[in-house]
Design a protein around this ligand. Structure first.
Ligand SMILES: CC(C)(C)CCc1c(C(=O)O)[nH]c(=O)[nH]c1=O
Length: 313
């Protein structure tokens, strides 16, 4: 069997990528990712200017996952744009994804996308909609009107292919609402999910939180989030136009977790916490484990089971 994955018109050796934020801050990390067994990779979410991010400890691995409040540390949009333009020229047959964020809210999203539109980068962009909006409002993707307004404003000038990275939703009505907003636009993909926001982890030895920023509140990743991640992949796949592909992110530790995301309809798969814990070797292990599952089930390719989750009706 083969793990070949087709995504936005390109066939990758396998569906695995890093999740933005993990192992993708510097050109050295990105080149190492590109040379790993991962099928593709995504850059750290870039803001207009380079950012130090929050004081440490700001990312902690725990038994069942991770908690982080990094605060968008990154080397700035120009740094990643420069890397992306060089990389697409030197490796035209290995497309990747450039992640874009905003720390100043609505307007910075627009100016960042305008800069990419005017640049020589022609590849995919992942617009991180988990970023803060104006004070007093929830993150962008939890404000359906502002998300609609933002995508309307971007599509007025942006002609290159892009998709969005979404936080998890927990209410069926919210699945309906975000899908209704996104279906209005020619998005190439939706990536579900970002970390589950504002969790809290307590160190049993000290009765204290484990990260410094936000009194210990941080995004949760890892084993904790798989049921939510699978539900968001499935719900968005069921609701979005078939032209909008899904990237499945969240709780992928084993080949079986990867297989379940594919059953829910994911085309590509991103690994964050487990990559942070295990290093680049995680991709060799995951491809081996996923391949063994296809063999044991007699599948020749992912296409034979992708999106074919059974239900009990
Ligand atoms: C949470 C934000 C800092 C607004 C965006 C960047 C981000 C971060 C981060 O840089 O803290 N961590 C995540 O798990 N997901 C993210 O999307």
């Amino acid at each position: 069997p083969t793990l070949q994955a087709t995504f936005y018109g390109h066939t990758y050796d396998n569906p695995f990528m890093n999740a933005s934020g993990v192992h993708c801050m510097t050109t050295a990390e990105l080149d190492a990712l590109a040379d790993s067994a991962a099928g593709s990779f995504v850059t750290k979410s870039a803001t207009a200017e380079a950012r130090e991010g929050n004081p440490e400890p700001r990312y902690v691995n725990v038994d069942l996952g991770s908690i982080n409040s990094m605060g968008l540390p990154n080397l700035g949009l120009d740094y990643y744009l420069d890397y992306a333009i060089k990389r697409q020229a030197s490796h035209p047959d290995q497309p990747f994804v450039m992640s874009v964020a905003s720390y100043q809210g609505f307007d910075e999203y627009v100016t960042n996308m305008r800069k990419i539109q005017e640049s020589d980068y022609t590849g995919l962009v992942e617009l991180n909609l988990s970023c803060p909006n104006v004070p007093g409002k929830p993150q962008m993707a939890y404000d359906f009107e502002d998300t609609d307004r933002l995508l309307t404003e971007i599509f007025a000038f942006y002609t290159k292919p892009f998709g969005v990275k979404l936080p998890p939703y927990f209410d069926i009505m919210h699945f309906d609402k975000i899908a209704a907003v996104l279906n209005q636009f020619d998005l190439k993909f939706v990536n579900c999910i970002n970390s589950i926001g504002n969790g809290l982890y307590i160190d049993k030895a000290t009765d204290t939180v484990v990260i410094k920023p936000k009194g210990g509140f941080g995004g949760i990743g890892g084993e904790y989030v798989k049921p939510t991640a699978l539900a968001n992949v499935r719900a968005l796949k069921q609701r979005l136009n078939p032209s909008i592909e899904i990237i499945g992110t969240g709780g992928i530790l084993t080949g079986r977790d990867a297989y379940e995301h594919l059953l829910c309809g994911a085309s590509m798969l991103q690994v964050g916490t487990q990559l942070e814990k295990e290093g680049l070797g995680v991709f060799d292990r995951l491809t081996k484990e996923l391949l063994a599952i296809l063999e044991s089930k007699g599948y020749a390719s992912i296409a034979e089971f992708k999106g074919k989750l059974g239900t009990l009706d």
